[in-house]
Design a protein around this ligand. Structure first.
Ligand code: PSU
Ligand code: MN
Length: 300
């Protein structure tokens, strides 16, 4: 079911580094045309490092590993794109509909394609109130099961960061802070919660990946890469915006897989698009770091 873009296939055959990218951030995370501009820019940042980007999605009954420019555009503009996690994959394949992969589904397909590094914006996690709703992103389960390093700007501030870190500990996922001791909070560069290990050197991350997997310790790494100061939003402002958005979502009874896209959109509206700017900047920043990690991993 895997269908490789020729550029990606060539890289895999020649054993050159590849970085996987998710597609829900394109279809559900950002409006058009910023979404497609972001997707193209991110791919170019990776290529500029001599690494091949592979945006992952489900289209025409196939697991796509790398999209053509037309496919990227189709995904960014199509209506009713399905947001996919593990349980949606067979439906999307059977009905040949366009499906955007969340971090969780991207991890599954990246592992099938033997891609070891993956860049995204923010990882899903335990939602606020998750102790009652049981809303815990599938992202955490797949990260625990997939031998892939995910580079993200931490956990979205719309989530319960502390419980997400506890959950990752239970599941055996290393949480590495790139140049930081504290877990970044997506729009803001840190939170009060500590990461397991601060690592300042990509070669060390690559070495940890190699030693973990070579010693049959399967499972993923979370590489938390803080947003840069230039784009980091004020913590107090973003917190009050999130509180408001959460209240509205509860009033409108928005739940399940709709809650994350709803909150991202609401936060963007309430910040006059500032959070969208931050989101774009942090994804680019993560793509760059992921490319460096992929290169360092391939070097050893
Ligand atoms: N981060 C973003 N935009 C997004 C997401 C994350 O900046 O759209 C998406 C990712 O695809 C992630 C998903 O895997 O949200 C998590 O959704 P849920 O909370 O329903 O598991
Ligand atoms: Mn959920």
């Amino acid at each position: 079911m895997l269908e490789f873009h020729p550029e990606v296939l060539e890289a895999i055959e020649q054993r050159r580094p590849v970085v996987a990218l998710e597609s829900t951030i394109i279809s559900h995370g950002m409006p058009y045309p910023q979404n497609v501009e972001m997707a193209r820019a991110v791919e170019d940042i990776i290529r500029a490092q001599g690494v091949v980007p592979a945006t992952i999605a489900v289209m025409h009954g196939k697991f796509k590993v790398g999209l053509t420019d037309e496919e990227l555009h189709e995904l960014a503009t199509a209506k009713n794109v399905l947001k996919l996690s593990r349980r949606d994959l067979s439906y999307a394949l059977t009905h040949e509909i366009i499906g955007a992969t969340t971090v969780s589904a991207t991890l599954i397909i990246a592992e099938m394609a033997n891609i070891k590094v993956f860049a995204t914006g923010g990882l899903g996690g335990v939602h606020r109130g998750g102790e009652d709703s049981l809303d815990i992103s599938r992202d955490l389960e797949e990260l625990a099961q997939s031998s892939v390093a995910v580079v993200c700007a931490g956990v979205k501030a719309i989530l319960d960061i502390e419980r997400t870190l506890e959950y990752l500990e239970t599941k055996g996922v290393e949480v590495l802070g790139y140049g930081t001791e504290y877990m970044p909070a997506f729009y803001t560069k840190d939170s009060p919660y500590r990461v397991d290990y601060r690592i300042d050197d990509v070669a060390v991350i690559a070495r940890m990946m190699q030693l973990k997997w070579r010693n049959r310790l399967s499972g993923g790494f979370l590489v938390a890469n803080p947003i840069t100061d230039e784009f980091s939003l004020d913590h107090e402002v973003i917190e009050s915006v999130i509180q408001e958005a959460l209240k509205e979502a509860a009033q409108k009874n928005i739940k399940g897989k709709d809650i994350t896209p709803y909150l991202l959109q609401a936060v963007s509206d309430k910040t006059g698009g500032k959070s969208l700017q931050a989101n774009i900047a942090l994804v680019k920043n993560n793509a760059f770091l992921a490319a460096l990690i992929a290169k360092a991993y391939w070097e050893i």
